[in-house]
Design a protein. Structure first.
Length: 50
């Protein structure tokens, strides 16, 4: 029973840290261009002009 008294608050704190990190990433533009990155992987380096 004492294990639950430690594990439940620890899980809540870690969940809040993860949620905070997600919102921080959203605010700093980490997810702005998902389509561009997906299409960029299909472009061959040889086709690009240098």
């Amino acid at each position: 029973m004492t294990g639950l008294l430690i594990l439940i608050p620890l899980a809540l704190v870690l969940g809040l840290i993860g949620l905070g990190a997600f919102f921080w990433a959203m605010r700093n533009g980490q997810f702005d261009d998902p389509d561009g990155a997906a299409a960029r992987i299909l472009i061959d380096d040889e086709d690009r002009p240098e």
